[in-house]
Each structure stands twice: as structure tokens, then as C-alpha cells.
Design a protein around this ligand. Structure first.
Ligand SMILES: C[S@@+](CC[C@H](N)C(=O)[O-])C[C@H]1O[C@@H](n2cnc3c(N)ncnc32)[C@H](O)[C@@H]1O
Length: 229
């Protein structure tokens, strides 16, 4: 694991040369440890080339995004949602949601991210928490018999709505947690929960991005197992 932490640190410094990795537990999910960028990370003004690198290849995985914190906490509080299920986390980044799903009793969890450093972060953080997370870089490589697919803070990029269509074509209920969108214009989704959360370390985001909305395909009662018998 130390070797992976070193690789992550090197990857982070390729973008932000003076950044550090710190291992800590978010208040929302105190049972999860994550290696994230240091809380007093350099913000600027940054040298021009560093700015260009940050924009060209943002180290999303070095932050734990608000939607992920909110979703990881909600899964921890509602373990029946994932218990004994096969689950995938799309855009896994730091891996916090995948780790929370596994800790809450999912039988198998896949972390899927098209950034290879994010996959390394998911793997390293899974090792830090002694859970087994399977990795894949392409949603087409996910197993076809998933029960639940999670996706948090991936719709910051509007082009990722195309991803939602593709994921809907897979088997399994799709649960999206996102602070960047107020609604999903697709009648298959129901908004069923809202929570407040901040990205860790704090990015000083606008107030409008502090509310995380949870959407699910199908009936929320089915997800929660509260359907009338
Ligand atoms: C804002 S980050 C959220 C990361 C993660 N959920 C967390 O907070 O730790 C968005 C993540 O989605 C990933 N991503 C974006 N487009 C993707 C795609 N088409 N397939 C898989 N992952 C994608 C990015 O690489 C990035 O890691």
C-alpha cells in the first residue's frame, strides 16, 4: 500500500508540485480513511504552467466531493440499500462511495473511472480501509448483472448525461447523487432525498452547490425495501 501511496503522491505532484497527500477520516463517514490532498493545498496565484496542468488534468480523485460524502453517509445509514447486492460506483474518484457500499454489506463492488489515477486512488483507499473493490476503466466492462449503480458528482460535465443513458441500458437500479443539477429531465428518475455537504478539503464552493440531490430510477420504496408487502 505504501508503494501505491507514493505513486499517488507523485501523480498529484505532476499537477500541483507542492501538494501533499494526507490521510484523514471525513466527519460524515468516520469509519472511512482517505488519502486526499492536504487541506492547506496551494490555491494561487499559481505559476502559469501549473494552472494549465491543473485545468488540463484535474486531480478530481484527490478531493472527496460533497455529493460523494453525502451518498457515502446515506449508504452507511441505510445499509439495506446495498446489503447482499452487486454494486458499481461510476466515476469512483477517491473511492469513498464504493468503500461505504462495501462496508455496508454489498457482496461485490466495482469502482469505475476513466481516469487511471482515480482508479489507483480508489484501489489505495480501498486497501487503507481493508475492503476489496474491483476496478474498471470503462462502463462497458462492468458485469451485466449488477443490482445497483451509483454515480456521484459526475454530472458537473453536461456531456456526461450521455453516460446516464448508457448506464440506464445496463441492468440495475441507478442512483445519482449530484450537487450540480437541480433535476433530471427523464421521467424514469425520482428525486427522493436531499442533503447538505461540502467538498473535502473545502473548495469554498458557491452556496448553490452545497445541496446534494438524490435521484433514483424506479420506486424509491423499492430501493429502501419499504414497499408494502
Ligand atoms: C468530481 S469527480 C467525483 C469523484 C468521486 N465520485 C469522489 O468524490 O471521490 C468525477 C469523477 O468522474 C470521473 N469520470 C468522468 N467521466 C467519466 C466516464 N465517462 N466514465 C467513468 N468515470 C468518469 C472522473 O474521472 C472523476 O474521477
Amino acid at each position: 500500500m505504501q508503494a501505491n501511496l507514493n505513486k499517488l503522491r507523485e501523480a498529484l505532484r505532476l499537477t500541483l508540485p507542492s501538494a501533499e497527500l494526507e490521510i484523514s477520516s471525513p466527519d460524515e463517514v468516520p469509519n472511512i480513511q482517505l488519502a486526499l490532498i492536504n487541506s492547506n493545498f496551494p490555491t494561487g496565484p499559481l505559476p502559469e504552467q501549473v494552472m494549465r496542468d491543473v485545468i488540463a488534468k484535474p486531480a478530481y480523485w484527490a478531493f472527496c466531493w460533497g455529493s460523494d460524502l453525502a451518498l457515502a453517509q446515506w449508504l452507511t445509514d441505510h445499509p439495506t440499500v446495498v446489503k447482499n447486492k452487486r454494486v458499481a460506483d461510476i466515476g469512483s474518484g477517491s473511492g469513498v462511495v464504493a468503500i461505504a457500499a462495501k462496508q455496508a454489506g454489498a457482496t461485490q463492488v466495482w469502482g469505475c473511472d476513466n481516469d487511471e489515477q482515480a482508479l489507483l486512488a480508489t484501489q489505495t483507499n480501498a486497501e487503507l480501509n481493508h475492503v476489496d473493490i474491483k476496478l474498471c476503466a470503462d462502463i462497458n466492462d462492468l458485469p451485466k448483472d449488477l443490482d445497483l449503480i451509483l454515480m456521484a458528482d459526475v454530472l458537473y460535465d453536461r456531456s456526461n448525461f450521455a453516460l446516464v443513458k448508457k448506464i440506464k441500458a445496463l441492468n440495475g437500479t441507478l442512483l445519482i447523487a449530484d450537487s450540480r443539477i437541480a433535476n433530471i429531465e427523464d421521467p424514469d428518475f425520482t428525486l427522493f432525498h436531499q442533503a447538505e455537504a461540502l467538498t473535502l478539503p473545502n473548495l469554498g464552493e458557491f452556496d448553490e452547490f452545497k445541496t446534494v440531490r438524490f435521484f433514483v430510477t424506479g420506486r424509491p420504496q423499492t430501493l429502501l425495501g419499504t414497499d408494502a408487502a
